[in-house]
Design a protein around this ligand. Structure first.
Ligand code: RM4
Ligand code: MN
Ligand code: MN
Length: 427
């Protein structure tokens, strides 16, 4: 299914007058506060979030999976799905592939297809947390950290193969999430596991082509429940500094223990010039179960407060970091969830850009905690939806992407086309 430009335009005509009223009111309000609305809208238009190829099917837990139907059954159909999202919001112009869940058999054709939807290839992800059919050696007891050199070699070779796939598609980074660790105290020599991992990472790092980045993700637990080799940002940062300049830390919002101050981690990584990428999601209990911004929108805003500073340091280029949504959807339509997530990201970004940085800096220097809080909350409590809508309108997206998704009965049509039981590869 393809969403034609005309469908978007005729949908927007219905809501345009109302939007214009709301936007011009907000514009006036903000200009009184000295905000350059035009610049802000342009920043929002430029912001593109990558969609992972594994988030387009229904997620599940170890207790079950309840698929919604019409899932993409091939990489082509996944690209088609992201094309639908991008046609609706013009802010999802990138795809992140997980190998071997999605192997591009004919990269030239896949690249062309993605281009026809205005989609580029973001980071490629390796997978040494599962054993694949026909795989020679098992990752049951780890991959890059394994006690057996032959397993480490196999895992390194896989990562290098992933880089090759990425090169054929125009990717510029390899993203690595390592599940290696141990389930029981005493099972693993913790220092040895770290050293083997570093050694393996060095071999992968050596294989990185010119202009590539190595994004190193961390996670405290799962699937291992006693220790994870790259458990936190400190370990990830340590490895990256030992590897070299091309290696940077990837922050996944779901990979922190409860109440961790993630914005502080982000601030320090930016300060150290070691922030490489970001995986968005939200959670109440663990990892990536929920829609971005659905549980802790203020935290997301505070994180964006730091990211805005990072973007400023990169000369205003928001694509200086690799942004991706990394979430799993158990009961919601994955496409609807992704539309909501992208919108939540743009809202938090817009709110963070409203913060009066000079006043905040002055309040901080004067140790005026009350004033500093006022400044942050003034920005957070502004209804920035008209700004995001304006950015979408100017980019040719729908004023209400989810509304149009439903009006066009996208899911129903995908079920008609692909069947009720087609299943996407992924988790
Ligand atoms: C992990 C991690 C990785 C993602 C996999 C599917 O928890 O977040 O980024 O690739 O899940
Ligand atoms: Mn992740
Ligand atoms: Mn995760």
């Amino acid at each position: 299914m393809i969403i034609e430009k005309e469908a978007v335009e005729s949908f927007n005509r219905k809501y345009r007058a109302k939007h214009e009223r709301q936007f011009s009111w907000l514009k006036e309000e903000l200009s009184e506060q000295g905000v350059d609305t035009e610049a802000l809208v342009a920043q929002l238009q430029a912001f593109q979030v990558a969609i992972p190829s594994w988030a387009l099917g229904t997620g599940g837990t170890r207790f079950g999976r309840f698929a919604g139907g019409g899932e993409p059954g091939s990489l082509e159909q996944k690209i088609e799905d992201i094309g639908l999202l991008h046609a609706l919001n013009k802010s999802s112009g990138a795809i992140s592939l997980h190998i071997p869940w999605d192997i591009p058999e004919d990269p030239a054709h896949i690249k062309k297809l993605a281009e026809s939807h205005g989609i580029r290839f973001d980071a490629v992800n390796s997978n040494t947390f599962q054993d694949q059919k026909g795989q020679q050696l098992s990752y049951k007891f780890g991959s890059l950290c394994h006690t057996d050199a032959a397993v480490r070699k196999q895992a390194v070779a896989h990562n290098i193969e992933v880089i090759r796939h990425g090169m054929a598609l125009g990717s510029k980074s390899l993203s690595l999430w390592l599940s290696d660790g141990s389930c029981f105290p005493g099972q693993q020599n913790l220092a040895r596991a770290f050293n083997y991992t570093l050694e393996s990472l060095r071999e992968i790092y050596e294989a990185l082509p010119e202009g590539w980045q190595f994004l190193v993700e961390y996670k405290p637990y799962e699937p291992n429940f006693y220790s994870t080799v790259i458990q936190d940002w400190g370990t990830s940062h340590l490895l990256c500094s030992k590897l070299g300049e091309k290696a940077n830390v990837l922050v996944d919002l779901g990979h922190h223990l409860p109440n961790t101050n993630i914005e502080q981690i982000v601030a320090i990584l930016i300060n150290e010039k070691r922030l490489g990428g970001f995986h968005f999601n939200d959670s109440k209990y663990g990892d990536d179960d929920l829609t971005v911004g659905s549980i802790r929108p203020y935290m997301l805003f505070l994180i964006f407060n730091e990211l805005v500073e990072g973007i400023r340091q990169s000369g205003g280029d928001s694509n200086a970091y690799a942004w991706m949504i990394d979430a799993s959807h158990n009961v919601k339509d994955p496409l609807e969830d992704l539309l909501q997530s992208v919108e939540a990201i743009l809202l938090a970004y817009a709110q963070a850009m409203l913060i009066n940085r000079e006043s905040l800096d002055n309040a901080q220097l004067a140790n005026d905690a009350g004033r500093a809080q006022q400044i942050l909350q003034q920005a957070f409590r502004t209804d920035v939806r008209p700004l995001v809508k304006e950015a979408m309108l100017r980019s040719g997206a729908a004023l209400d992407p989810l509304g149009l998704f439903r009006e066009l009965k996208v899911r129903e049509r995908l079920i008609e086309e692909r069947g009720a039981s087609s299943q996407a590869t992924g988790l």
